[in-house]
Design a protein around this ligand. Structure first.
Ligand SMILES: [Zn+2]
Length: 422
């Protein structure tokens, strides 16, 4: 890449600083809260209009066929393509525009898009409407600089990442809109910070265990079989045996925060026996249900993870033979990891050094995000996350994103995309 082209692109990003922030603030002012998936249509339209104004070929894509796509809460995705001088697969920038509910503790209007002290505030500012704005304006800076690129550049805004992404990136991948044929590499500007590239994430095994007992009068518990008592044996095994074993396993993936380099399990919820808030009826609990969230390492693999849980449940079963235990899978995502020699990691690393003067670090995410759909359904393994914002501020009250970081990330994205698309 010629240094004159680089300078022109960086200059265009600097000149569009206010436009980028204004666009991000406009997105924040649309309360695309998920659940239930509010105002998606309005947000997709604003992104589509902006991309169209930038000369992109824009399509609004309702997730037809998905159960979540309802007349009340339509799931509308948007994609814009800046064509290149050659055909062939595109460099794709993808951002989700749904946000989690507001929660308590805010001192500002969560949907005001307020700016103060160089920070843009609001729900979704860091996760990840600023990143989406950076993606849109990275491509625009290349266009305004008049620098030709061979590969097309795709920009998509998608729904439902916060609830699994099935009607968003998952759906685009199923429709082959993101696919090996159409897509060479994908960058997702999730908030990992200006100098960190996220190469992937751990796996998820979400399951529930149900203990089935036998009902009897609470005054004669020996005539029944208490399912909660049965479940307590399993919980004890999880705490005393599985927990320490998981802590002893550490992945080679650079997961941040470091505590999540270990395999983990969380008890997400428990439910059993008589309803606590209703009029009490004295019965032996005949059912107890627990939802577990097991995050597993690439080194562990899904099969071993499931077999280990099944063995643990069997052990609980043998301690309390009258209770019957069943396991039901809820949600499974395999770990994903971009190959470290993928050209997009090199391009981002170089661009980060050029823009910030700092060395890039590679990290991995404790939780999953849309990379799983890109890698598993679309088959595009060359996918990473890179975008503005501090991960720790995501989903918090008074969420904000530094404006300097938004601009720096826009520059990095523009240089990396240009290199990859040249
Ligand atoms: Zn996000």
């Amino acid at each position: 890449m010629q240094s004159a082209s680089i300078d022109r692109v960086l200059g265009e990003v600097d000149r569009s600083r206010d436009e980028i922030v204004d666009f991000a603030a406009r997105l924040i002012r649309i309360p695309t809260i998920n659940p239930p998936g509010a105002d998606y249509e309005a947000c997709a339209a604003v992104i589509g209009d902006q991309l169209r104004a930038h000369g992109a070929d824009v399509q609004l894509l309702p997730a037809i066929g998905r159960v979540e796509h309802t007349p009340e809460h339509p799931r509308i995705n948007v994609i814009g393509r800046h064509s290149g001088t050659a055909n062939g697969p595109a460099i794709h920038l993808n951002g989700h525009f749904d946000v989690v509910p507001v929660g308590l503790g805010w001192t500002r209007d969560p949907f005001g898009g307020e700016i103060e002290d160089g920070k843009l505030y609001g729900r979704g500012s860091c996760d990840m409407k600023a990143g989406l704005a950076a993606a849109v304006f990275a491509a625009e800076a290349i266009r305004r600089a008049g620098v030709a690129h061979a590969s097309p550049i795709d920009i998509s805004g998608t729904v439902d990442e916060e609830s699994g992404g099935f009607a968003g990136v998952g759906w685009l991948a199923e429709q082959r809109i993101i696919s090996r044929e159409r897509t060479r590499a994908v960058i997702i500007p999730e908030p990992f910070g200006v100098d960190r590239i996220c190469i992937g994430h751990r796996g998820v095994y979400w399951f529930e265990v149900i203990a089935h007992g036998r009902i009897a009068h609470g005054s004669m518990p020996y005539l029944g079989v208490n399912a909660i008592d049965g479940m307590s044996h399993l919980l004890e095994l999880v705490r005393d045996e599985l927990g320490p074993a998981l802590f002893g396993r550490v992945t080679t993936m650079p997961v941040v925060p470091e505590g999540s380099r270990h395999a983990t399990i969380n008890i997400n919820g428990i439910d059993g026996g008589q309803p606590v808030d209703d009029i009490p009826s004295p019965c032996v609990a005949d059912r107890c249900r627990v939802v577990f969230d097991r995050r597993f390492l690439a080194e562990e693999g899904l099969e071993r993870t499931r077999a280990e849980i099944a063995a643990l449940v069997n052990k609980a079963q043998s301690r309390m033979p009258d209770v019957k235990f069943t396991i039901e899978d809820r949600l499974i995502f395999e770990p994903t990891r971009a190959p470290e020699d993928a050209p997009l990691i090199g391009a981002l690393t170089d661009a980060i050094e050029q823009v910030t003067g700092r060395k890039a670090s590679l990290v991995a995410s404790p939780g999953t995000y849309d990379q799983k759909h890109v890698a598993r359904i679309a088959g595009v393994t060359h996918c990473v996350a890179y975008g503005p914002g501090e991960l720790a501020l995501a989903h918090q009250p008074d969420e904000y994103c530094s404006i300097d970081d938004i601009v720096s990330c826009t520059k990095v994205l523009a240089l990396a995309v240009l290199k990859l698309a040249s």
